[in-house]
Design a protein around this ligand. Structure first.
Ligand code: NAD
Length: 281
């Protein structure tokens, strides 16, 4: 079986480039599908406190018989827990639900610019890393301004920025900004949540050309761009199919054609909230 390439953070730790995300998966279902993801070859799981399935992910890890060194686990601090002391506590609660001794990657889930607690929150993540509770620390849904501010105020650069990113919203500008600071880019909703993107004639034509599925083509595009990518599915055959995207190699022309699907200029590419203006509990 092909194994995922790994990318190296600026802190020297590594992350499997292809992972498995579990947003909108019930806790008991998460236990089942994460075991299936491990069986398919995935070794990197992306969860969050707000997904309500850290315990299910933890049970899957226990059932799998894999050891902490074999797998890479990310979870995220929820918005209502932002602030220094509350972050330290929320982290320990997440770790307990996951049943882990330490974590691979902890992210601030949203910048929440109006709430304006993200610098103190970032300081707590720095402290957790110093204490050896978490190997790497990063952010999710951070704007250029938020990234620059945490770096200016603490001197510590996030390892990764997990952002909405798919062919209809390819984030060329923020990807370049992340890269300029040594920050890896991780793509959420990498398949555009399924639907229209996977039926797009440009995607289906490239899929036919490579004898691959549309989802595999989109995942292969992310891998070629250097994104860390965490597709979700709760269907075992699709979980296996998504992992097998590692065997699909696109040529430069394919990559360009998929990148040209971007709808940012039309203002219609984004599916989720805009991190620059969204503040929610
Ligand atoms: P996604 O883009 O991964 O799409 C998932 C959907 O695509 C599935 O529900 C299914 O309908 C379809 N699909 C998956 N595999 C398929 C296949 N092989 N063939 C056909 N259809 C297929 O969407 P997502 O779940 O929003 O994003 C992935 C992960 O990103 C999440 O599970 C979560 O871990 C993370 N995420 C993070 C944030 C954040 O704010 N940080 C937000 C959203 C998602």
């Amino acid at each position: 079986m092909t194994t995922s390439p790994v990318l190296t953070f600026h802190d020297g730790n590594t992350i499997p480039q292809l992972g498995y995300g579990v947003w909108q998966v019930e806790d008991d279902v998460a236990e089942k599908v994460v075991v299936q993801a491990f069986e398919a070859g995935f070794r990197h799981i992306d969860t969050a406190k707000i997904y309500g399935n850290e315990a299910g992910v933890g049970r899957a890890i226990e059932r799998s018989g894999l050891t902490a060194g074999d797998i890479f686990v990310t979870t995220k601090l929820w918005n209502s827990d932002q602030g220094y002391e509350s972050t330290l506590k929320a982290f320990e609660d997440s770790l307990e639900r996951l049943g882990l001794e330490s974590l691979d990657l902890y992210l601030i889930h949203w910048e929440q610019p109006k709430q304006d607690k993200y610098v103190d929150t970032w300081k707590a993540l720095i402290e957790l890393q110093k204490r050896g509770r978490v190997k790497s620390i990063g952010v999710s849904n951070f704007t250029k301004e938020g990234l620059q501010r945490v770096i200016d105020e603490t001197g510590v650069v996030p390892a990764i920025n997990q952002i909405e990113l798919h062919p209809f919203f390819n984030q060329a500008e923020l990807r370049a900004f992340n890269k300029s600071l040594g920050i890896l880019t991780q793509a959420w909703s990498p398949l555009g949540q399924g639907g229209e993107l996977l039926d797009h004639p440009v995607i289906t034509a490239i899929a036919d050309k490579h004898n691959a599925s549309p989802a595999q083509v989109v995942i292969a595009w992310h891998l070629a761009l250097g994104n860390v990518v965490i597709p979700k599915s709760v269907t075992e055959s699709r979980i296996q199919e998504n992992y097998a995207a590692l065997d699909v190699t696109l040529d430069a022309e394919d990559i360009q054609a998929i990148s040209a699907l971007d709808r940012t200029a039309e203002g219609s590419g984004r599916i989720g909230p805009d991190p620059a203006v969204s503040d929610f509990a």
